[in-house]
Ligand binder design. Sequence first.
Ligand SMILES: [Zn+2]
Length: 419
Amino acid sequence: MRILIKNVILEKRKVDVLIEGEKISKIGRNLNLKVDEKIDGKEEKAVIPGLINCHTHSAMILLRGLGEDLFLKDWLEKVIWPIEDKLSEDDVYWGTKLAILEMIKSGTTTFNEMYFYPEAQIEATKEMGMRGFLGLVLVDFSTKDCDRKSIEEKFPKLEKILKNSSSIKLTIAPHAIYTVSKENLIWAKNFAKRYKLLIHMHLSETQNEIKESLKKYKMRPVEYLEKIGFLGKNCIFAHSIWLSEKEIEILEKRRCGLVYNPTSNMKLVSGVFRWGKIKNTKINVCLGTDGPASNNSLNLFSEMKIGALLQKIENKNPVAISAKEIFQMATKNGALALKINAGEIKVGKLADLTLIDLNKIEMFPNYDLISNLVYSDAKSCVSDVICNGKILMRDGKIEGEEKILKIAKFKLQNASWRK
Ligand SMILES: [Zn+2]
């Protein structure tokens, strides 16, 4: 498949972009080639890398609007976990499809997922054409096959399903240190090593987690993970809010990736990510929305805005973070964390791109595109989305969108857990 994008603006220059197979193969002026698909930006569209959501729980879109205005502990224990217990594989399939619709509409091309029923997620992700890192969740008290034995049994079967897929990968996702025992964490570490997987986990999200860790292990969460030999460059830790200087040093030494989740952290009053300290280290920081029940959105444009504003006020400094820096978290840094050759519009990179309609009022006047994208919330300006060399959205339309919404709404109205 060859796609030619004509007359788009790339960093203030008018260019044509040629996509061959899964990659960007040429960027230049006046490319006139025989291709399968042509998109003409008419100098009215900008091209940016597809956004990368490094921490989410997609199917939680089904729970959006439930359990509002609670702390994390009450939110999880009183509202979320009892309902999740009742969710079926079919619910997760439709939930994931709906979430991907929302992600594509907001210019996202890759998501790093943590939820149960991986078969349902694989099917939904494949059908929607997104690039997905699907985490096999591990918890001690599992009701949804999230235990070691089930994962070991399931893994070869899932790998077989994914044999011909270059855009969907599995990760191992131990939930957190307060839900996964030391033995299980070590097992997960070895499992990841054996199959060369990324590890996706929640870390130091609340002060309570630190308190519990100090009580139980006599040390802070990162010190504990270091002691049991868990940390490595394949670790991606969501939240990572309550970190001491020493813990930051350990995470830097072990080359772990961290995910900033500002909206969820504010909504659940978890705390503020220590960007002021961490930006002076070599730690790679990417961006995530967290699940759409604690955000309540999957829009990385608004996440960039909220994330930047929060750090400015937290550090009492308008230059604490720039639009460019937070845009990089949602693109280049995300790609680095997930170890994919994406996050930039360059020849040889994966063809994950988003086109922005510059005629929309939010993009006017266009003094600085990155500033508009971050501070003016560009979700409504996303016009076309390409992932892995395939067009997922064209002129605001996603194939089969109405049908997905219609079936999902019908199914969900009749779901057992809603009664
Ligand atoms: Zn989470």
